[in-house]
Design a protein around this ligand. Structure first.
Ligand SMILES: Nc1ncnc2c1ncn2[C@@H]1O[C@H](COP(=O)(O)OP(=O)(O)O)[C@@H](O)[C@H]1O
Ligand SMILES: [Mg+2]
Length: 396
């Protein structure tokens, strides 16, 4: 038996697992059940080792090696995908290999999302996340070949979702992606999502008025809108130039993308702006928050938290009548605002949301309560009310 692992390999007891037995026949005590997954072909099982859970997928060695390298490729570029640990092969004659990935914490399959309490705009937010992921992949030259809800996991990110790629079995990387391949991915997404939504509908998990086929058809339109924003050339006069470039860059940053290169070409009809866009990595806000506070959260959550640090800093300066540095403000915010609130979350509710998402939801709740009572209720009060009235009833 051979095991190829990345440098972030798990502990040695991984080697004690019964690799010589087909995955379906394992009776390991370390196996755990992971709830309601999407449509899949292979045997996939989950094991708990130490405080981590790993996903094991039994597939032919050639495919496993390919998935291993594609998942690493994605990881290196900061494109959301499951974290790959290794491939186990040479398990015995006629035995397939096993691809080992880390179980994505706080990730939700679309089936779990749709069986939970009905959330506002759930379907819209899920499809937006899927389209974002597809555009990111395509910008990098990554052809998916099997875009579907089942091959994606979703994580909450300040009220939106982030889609993470799970299954790269059919994928390929090219120096640049032709329009034909992008179209193929879109057709595949449309067909797969229609099937998956129809399946949810048949199980009574979709609101009645939703037509799975119409919704799936709209995926291409959502994608084209985003793709156009990311890649189109713009023509403008010299006077407009600075302002038009600034606006375009800000829009791209807001969408979570960076601009690698800007080209301005003079043409008879005006100056043509060409941009080469790439995936912003790892989110600027995320990096900044990590540097200032040591908190590692997702990009949109980080933006919210940084805003809260900034307003806390303004409050400190006003209150103390002197300038306060960003570093000092961030430290005071951690000890005076963030930590007391996080300490007040009962352990029984901690698993419902990532800490960054809890803090974001408390900020939303504070806004809501303040609106209602016509004055700022403060974060501490909002947190108390959130723990009693919101979090216990929130869907996963
Ligand atoms: N690392 C992981 N974390 C969480 N869930 C996972 C992970 N890997 C696989 N899964 C779940 O298992 C399902 C099947 O995995 P996938 O790679 O799509 O296999 P298949 O080739 O059988 O479709 C996925 O839909 C996903 O829900
Ligand atoms: Mg799959």
């Amino acid at each position: 038996m051979r095991f190829t692992m990345t440098t972030q390999a798990p502990s040695g007891d991984f080697l004690d697992l019964p690799w010589a037995t087909p995955l379906a026949e394992w009776t390991e005590t370390r196996l755990v059940d992971v709830r309601s997954r999407g449509i899949h072909r292979h045997v996939v099982r989950f094991v708990e080792m130490g405080d981590e859970i790993y996903a094991l997928k039994e597939i032919p060695e050639r495919v496993a090696r390919k998935e291993y390298s594609l998942l690493r490729w994605l990881g290196e570029r900061g494109i959301p995908a499951v974290d790959v640990i290794g491939v186990v092969f040479a398990r015995g004659s006629e035995m397939d290999a096993v691809l080992v990935t880390r179980y994505l914490e706080f990730s939700l399959s679309y089936r779990v999302l749709f069986t939970g309490k009905r959330e506002l705009d759930l379907l819209d937010r899920v499809l937006d996340a899927l389209v974002q992921l597809l555009a990111r992949l395509h910008l990098g030259g990554f052809f998916w070949g099997d875009c579907s809800l089942s091959n994606t996991l979703f994580r909450r990110d300040a009220g939106t979702f982030e889609a993470c790629l799970v299954d790269t079995e059919t994928a390929e990387v090219r120096p640049a992606l032709s329009n034909g391949l992008r179209q193929y991915d879109l057709d595949m997404a449309t067909e797969n999502v229609a099937g998956e939504l129809a399946d949810l509908g048949a199980g009574g998990m979709l609101p009645e008025h939703i037509d799975p086929f119409a919704v799936a058809d709209a995926i291409a339109r959502r994608y084209e809108r985003l793709w156009d924003e990311l890649t189109r050339d713009e023509v403008f006069t010299a006077d407009e130039q600075r302002y038009r470039i600034a606006t375009r860059l800000r829009r791209l940053n807001d969408l979570g993308f960076d601009v690698d290169e800007i080209d301005i070409v003079a043409t008879p009809e005006g100056n043509r702006l060409k941009v080469r866009t790439s995936v912003a990595e790892p989110g600027n806000n995320r990096r900044l928050l990590l540097m200032r506070t040591g908190l590692d959260v997702q990009e949109n959550q980080a933006r919210r938290l940084l805003n809260d640090v900034a307003s806390f800093r303004a409050y400190l300066e006003q209150h103390e009548g002197r300038k306060v540095s960003e570093t000092v403000a961030a430290n005071r915010w951690l000890s005076d605002v963030y930590e007391p609130i996080m300490d007040a979350i009962p352990p029984s509710l901690e698993d419902k949301r990532e800490p960054g998402e809890i803090f974001h939801e408390i900020l939303v709740h504070r806004w809501f309560l303040s609106e209602q009572s016509g004055r700022d209720v403060g974060t501490t009060h909002a947190a108390r009310s959130y723990v009693t009235n919101v979090l216990p009833f929130a869907s996963e």
